[in-house]
Ligand binder design. Structure first.
Ligand SMILES: [Zn+2]
Length: 169
């Protein structure tokens, strides 16, 4: 710190501003070597120093408060970034969970089963997609083929849709 302007009293060992010392002594230890005017100045100087210290303290407090605000701001940003990441991941999972095969893919796969009057294959154009629902990680398609209602569970494996059979009633 301001070592240049500081001095240690030869008597009490306290460190004072060199401005309020004389011959290496503070006014407290050797008031006799100080003139009355000097003592008065020292008193005033001392008050000034105290005031400066107070101001410095206040400034430090302000700095700390500012730092705290900055940190809080940063924290808020981090929170929003975290939230965005979480939402991104959630969106990814929801969208992948909601991903469905295209109608033509469903019909094409369904056509591999012989249903009704079709003994081996069903014409894709004769298949109506009525509805679908999810069950145990599979998408079950409800299909109308001629006068039958068929259920065909489907599963996406490595990006490719496959059926797990067909049940018609
Ligand atoms: Zn002293």
């Amino acid at each position: 710190m301001e070592n240049k302007n500081m001095g240690m009293c030869k008597d009490c060992g306290e460190v004072y501003s060199a401005l309020i010392m004389k011959d290496g002594y503070c006014s407290g230890c050797k008031p006799e070597i100080f003139t009355e005017r000097e003592l008065k100045n020292i008193k005033e100087q001392g008050i000034k120093e105290e005031t400066t210290k107070e101001v410095k303290k206040e400034e430090t407090t302000k700095e700390v408060k500012k730092d705290f605000k900055e940190e809080a701001k940063k924290g808020k940003y981090n929170f929003y970034i975290g939230l965005a990441v979480v939402l991104g991941i959630a969106t990814y999972f929801v969208s992948s969970a909601l991903s469905l095969p295209k109608d033509e893919v469903v019909k094409n796969i369904a056509s591999q089963y012989g249903v009704g009057s079709y003994s081996s294959r069903t014409k894709a154009s004769k298949i109506d997609i009525i509805d679908h629902y999810k069950k145990e990680g599979k998408v079950v398609y409800i299909l109308g083929i001629e006068k039958l209602i068929c259920e065909m569970p489907m599963l996406e494996v490595k990006g490719k849709w496959t059926s797990l059979g067909m049940d018609c009633k």
